[in-house]
Design a protein around this ligand. Structure first.
Ligand code: CO8
Length: 258
């Protein structure tokens, strides 16, 4: 499929999606979110894709959902938009680890897109916020839930109720961002993280992602059981043997995802 609002590329084991509506600050139109879903669905079962980077390029990540497509939308239309797949859920449920590389504005649905990823790198220019309240709505793609899980309910309410913005350093201090890097290093750093992720045992990484995501919403005892069951299951994989054997033989492991 030829995309109009995103660019996709492969670099070694990394699949990179770049949001590409610079004139509209990468506002997340239904067309754009549909293209992201399509691109992700195409690599979901591709075992050679070991990490996914989502970026908006060097100037802006995304200034939120496209408000021009919301002005006259009614509830039925908003409901129907999700029928072919919700971008934020699709991102969060990808089997591969995902990295958001954020420069400039990550507002509203843009901040929610970054939060749907597993890891967040921000350049010094990054600005995060949930300004929906200023346009008469509230965050509808994870901002009322993922944000409080990442930074705590009190600070999340401050961002959601007041609709302000925070810079990259503050976002890192709060735990919204994993690492802040100089603007010019953002994509290289994201690629370096992707490379590191690609060197890990891929099936193990997929399993631990699921255990951590699903366990987070369970009571502790159930989550610990989930962890243990998955852990035991790892002992049926070749990569578990390879990892331990390589350590004992003092060599680098060669993981196959089997
Ligand atoms: N939607 C549509 N167009 C936008 C958006 C947006 N969110 N943000 C910016 N643009 C457009 C502007 O209209 C402008 O276009 P044009 O040049 O044709 O007039 C262009 O991008 C540049 O924007 P500005 O001139 O406003 O640039 P500034 O540097 O002056 O300001 C801001 C930058 C502060 C980011 C400002 O553009 C702004 O406040 N944007 C809106 C931010 C916002 O409110 N975002 C939340 C949107 S709601 C949302 O995200 C809900 C998510 C839940 C989705 C669930 C779906 C099912």
């Amino acid at each position: 499929m030829e995309y109009q609002t995103i660019k996709t590329e492969r670099e070694e084991a990394a699949f990179i999606i770049t949001l590409n509506r610079p004139d509209k600050l990468n506002a997340l139109s239904p067309e754009l979110t549909g293209e992201v879903v399509d691109a992700l669905n195409n690599v979901r079962t591709d075992e050679t894709v070991r990490a996914i980077i989502i970026t908006g390029g060097p100037k802006v990540f995304a200034a939120g959902a496209d408000l021009s497509k919301m002005q006259t939308a009614n509830s039925i239309e908003m409901y129907n938009r999700n029928l072919s797949g919700d971008m934020w859920t699709t991102v969060a449920e990808m089997p591969q680890p995902t990295i958001a590389a954020v420069a400039g504005y990550a507002l509203g649905g843009g901040c929610e897109l970054a939060m749907a990823c597993d890891l967040r790198l921000a350049s010094q220019s990054a600005k995060f916020g949930q300004p929906e309240i200023n346009v008469g709505i509230y965050p509808g793609a994870g901002g009322t839930q993922r944000l409080s899980r990442l930074i705590g309910l009190g600070r999340a309410k401050e961002l959601v109720f007041l609709g302000g913005q925070i810079g990259a350093e503050e976002a890192q201090r709060l735990g919204l961002v994993n690492k802040v890097v100089p603007d010019e290093n953002l994509l290289d750093e994201a690629k370096a993280w992707a490379k590191k992720l690609a060197s890990k045992p891929p099936f193990t990484l997929r399993l631990v992602k699921q255990v951590m995501d699903q366990g987070y919403d369970l009571d502790l005892q159930s989550a610990l059981k989930l962890e243990r069951l998955g852990f035991i299951g790892l002992f049926g994989t070749e990569d578990q043997r390879e990892g331990v054997t390589a350590f004992l033989e003092k060599r680098k492991p060669n993981y196959t995802g089997r």
